[in-house]
Every structure is written in C-alpha cells, then in structure tokens.
Design a protein around this ligand. Structure first.
Ligand code: SIN
Length: 485
C-alpha cells in the first residue's frame, strides 16, 4: 500500500502548509489522490479554499520584510540546504511522483535531478542580482539602478512536472527575496507537500514558502489573482487557463509570467542525419508519454526522406515498452486521466476520418493507457495539426521546400518549442532565425536545462524561466537619481 511506504518518511504530508504550520482545511474537507497507473487510492489531502489561501498570502506578506532583509548569500545558503535535501531523497521523491502522476520511474528520477538543478542554480544566482551605474546626463547628478524583490509571489503549477515546475518558479522567487504561495494541482499535491517539508527542514522560515492544496482551483486561483498583497503570479498550464488568469490579474495589474501550451513542430530536412532525427523525434515526442508542453506535436518531413523516416520511426515506436510506472524497463506510462484519453482518442479519430494512415497503435488500453501511435499522411486540415495532443500520438506531415516547411511550422497560434534536423550550416541559421518559437532544438530533441531560458512566443506565454534571466521575473527595477552633487 503506497501510503504505508511513505508514511515513515520525514517529508510525507497530506495537509497544507501555511505560515510554517501543517493544517487541515478549515471545514476539515479533503480530496482523494489516485494513481493514474493503477487507479489505487493514494491519499486524502486537505481541500483548502479561499479563506485559507487569503491567510497564506497574509503570512507570506508578513514574512516578506525579514526575508528580503537577509543578504543574498544567506538566502542562497538556505536554498542550498533545500537542494541538498531534495537530492538526498531522490529515490523516494521519484517513487512518490511516479505514483501520483503516472510518470515512469526513470523519468521521475530525471525530474528530481532536473527540479533540484533550479534550486542549486538560483542558490548561486541570488548573489548576482546586479544593478547598474549609468553615466549621468548632467554634471551634478549620479544615476543608479537597483533591483528589489517584487513581493509576494503566487505560483500555480501543473501535474506533468510535479516537482520541477515548482522549483523553476519558487527557487528564483526565494533567491530574489520574495515569499511564495504555491497552489499545486489536485492530481499531484503529494510531491509539492514533500518539497515544502524539505524546505522546512532546510530552515526556510515560516511564511516564506506556503502550499495551499485544493480541489477548488478556480476559487483559489481567483484569490491569488485578486488579492492586492500578491504582486506577481507565475503560472504553468494551458493557454485557456492562462487567458483567464490574465484577465483576473488585470484588476490589480498583478505582474504575470505564463508558461502555456505548445504545438511543437519537428522538421526533418532532406540533408538530415536520418538516424539522429529518428532518435531525436522519439525523445521529443514520447517524453512523459507526450504530456509536456515542449513535446513534438507535428513531425514535418521533407519529400526525399519521408518514406524512410516513416518506416524507421514507426519501427522504433513499436519497440517502446508500456506498463507499470515503477518498472525501470518501462518507457511509456498512462495518461493523467480519462479526459486526457478521450482527447487523444478524438484527435486520432478525426485524423483517420480525414485521410491519415494508422501505422502503429491507435487504441486505448486498460485504465488510462493509450498505445504509442504513429499516423502518416497527416495534413493541416486535421485537428491534430492545430491542437496540443498531450499524448503518445506522432503525426507525420510531408513538405517539399525549405520555405514550405518553415511556413507549416509557423502556422499555429503557439510558439513554445520547435526542433529541426539538418546538416547544412547555412540552413541551420536560416531556419533557426525564421522559426517563431521561444526555444529551438537544432539536431537535438531534448533542450530543457536550468542554465537556458525556457519560455514561449505568441499564445505560448509571457516571460522566461530558468537561466540568468529567470531572476528578472521576481525583481523590480528602481532608478535612483542623486542630485546636488
Ligand atoms: C512543461 O512541459 O511545462 C515543462 C517541460 C520542461 O521543462 O522541459
């Protein structure tokens, strides 16, 4: 029974974390967390509402003056302690994550490392929130720019990266001197609570990091957007929800960072290394069963390589192992829920009705499992060309010229990640510059890292996370003009 496996661990919690205390919901209500892999009941977690959220925001606001007054080095040292604890519990955190999210264990282990890397990175970056000295425009003045923490930050995070999307927001916020209120998704609250317990153990003071667990996402989201004490909201999730949050934040002009949906193209040009392109497409498509915002949504292959690519790619997809998420040999787990399965089924049915050829898979299996699927002869008329699949379906399109490939790749409202394979250096520059995406993988299918800026253009969001730019989202720039000198 999973609960007993974790019950003895120092970081296993099912209550919310507000002002340094582990709390039930005011009315005692809870919501159930189930494993998408087996359907097993894992835990009942505090179902907090608007009032508890308000108190968490007030606690964060009260904790702010002391937190911002610490030196960057002191805050960095606490983040480093947090990092050390996350890494020390890598195996148990990964198992917990796999059980509640359906992510296969090898990827969960990778996510703990990836998530911890943001804490380590921003523990170091805390000391580098530099300002500027500007050559003055008159002799009697001196001009300086300083950067100060923006204030209370609300972080609304997704189920597909239960740990890393928290650390990618919270570590820079804390490093910059901002307290945070985290609202994790109802699907994966246990990993979020475990992170908070480890932050508490690391010595992060009461009120600086709060977690409101809830199954009432709209109510809690509204409070986070409309409470004037919240100065910044950082959200990762769908473009639709991002639009709603943006509208809600308009009232107080709460600052926003949004990491939203994608429709990533993966272009294979005639001059590509075919084996490398097949490997890259497999990684970029099937990471977490296709359930990441940067997963490939459309594979676009130029004429001369089309048939060979389709044949080799569907052969490697046929070799993917599906099954128990805790089995280290398994590469493909379940989808997150029934809604996810129905969406994938509907998109496949639509593509088949419009002339796509089914080469592999195409059907749901027991529970929330869906077969790794390959569709050839896909066209822009199909819904799969426009909508984010978030599942294990690879659809392969054909293009004739470089210009046509670029036009097809850019023909979407989204602009998060794109990938392409080519061995022509001139083409690599031309295509990289022409793609309207925030991130481009060139002969590479896995590009996420704490040292590079993650984020999108167009309807894929606002702002960047990670890297040296990731601190900017949590800092206000202040210009100081010294006169009479
Ligand atoms: C996401 O899907 O939202 C994040 C993916 C990543 O960080 O690589």
């Amino acid at each position: 029974m999973p609960t007993s496996e974790f019950a003895s661990l120092s970081f296993y919690r099912t209550q919310g974390y507000v002002d340094g205390a582990w709390l039930a919901a005011d009315d005692g209500s809870t919501f159930a967390v189930h494993s998408p892999s087996t359907g097993a009941h894992l835990a009942d977690v505090a179902d907090m509402g608007r009032a508890e959220t308000r108190r968490a925001i007030e606690a964060a606001s009260a904790a702010w003056p002391a937190w911002r007054a610490m030196t960057a080095k002191e805050r960095g040292a606490l983040l480093r302690e947090w990092f050390t604890r996350i890494v020390a519990h890598r195996e148990s955190l990964a198992r917990l994550m796999s059980l509640e999210s359906g992510k296969v264990i090898t990827e969960s282990l990778g996510e703990v490392t990836y998530g911890a890397s943001f804490v380590e990175w921003f523990a170091e970056e805390a000391k580098r929130a530099y300002g500027d000295v500007i050559p003055p425009h008159t002799r009697d003045r001196r001009l300086v720019v300083i950067r100060q923490p923006v204030g209370v930050v609300a972080a609304i995070t997704p189920w597909n990266f239960p740990l890393a999307m928290i650390t990618r927001k919270v570590a820079p916020a804390l490093a910059a001197g901002c307290p945070v209120v985290i609202k994790p998704p109802a699907e994966t609250p246990l990993t979020a609570l475990a992170l908070a317990a480890l932050a508490e153990e690391a010595g992060i003071p009461a009120g600086v990091l709060n977690v409101v667990t809830t199954n009432q996402a709209s109510e809690v989201g509204l409070e986070l957007c409309e409470n004037p004490l919240v100065r910044k909201l950082s959200f990762t999730g769908s473009t639709d929800v991002g639009r709603t949050l943006m509208a809600q934040c308009a009232r107080n002009l709460t600052k926003l960072s949004l990491e939203l949906g994608g429709n990533a193209p993966f272009l294979v040009f005639d001059d590509a290394d075919l084996d490398a392109a097949v490997r890259g497409a497999l990684t970029a498509k099937y990471r977490h069963n296709g359930q990441t915002c940067v997963c490939v949504n459309r594979i676009l292959v130029q004429d001369a390589l089309y048939d060979a690519f389709v044949e080799r790619f569907s052969a490697v997809v046929a070799g993917l192992r599906t099954g128990d998420v805790l089995d280290a040999q398994v590469q493909v787990g379940p989808l997150i829920n029934e809604k996810g399965v129905i969406k994938v089924e509907t998109l496949v049915a639509d593509a088949l009705s419009k002339g796509a050829s089914l080469l592999r898979g195409g059907h749901r299996r027991e529970g929330f499992y869906f077969e790794p699927t390959v569709l050839a002869n896909a066209t822009p008329a199909m819904r799969i060309a426009r909508e984010e699949v978030f599942g294990p379906v690879a659809s392969i399109f054909r293009f004739h010229t470089e210009a046509e490939g670029i036009a097809m790749a850019n023909d979407t409202e989204y602009g998060l990640a794109a990938y392409f394979y080519s061995r022509d250096v001139g083409r690599c520059w031309r295509v990289a510059e022409a793609l309207e995406y925030g991130m481009v993988g060139i002969n590479e299918g896995l590009i996420s890292t704490e040292v590079a800026p993650f984020g999108g253009m167009k309807a894929s969001g606002v702002g960047r996370e990670g890297s040296r730019y990731g601190l900017d989202a949590f800092l206000e720039m202040k210009y100081l003009c010294y006169g009479g000198i």
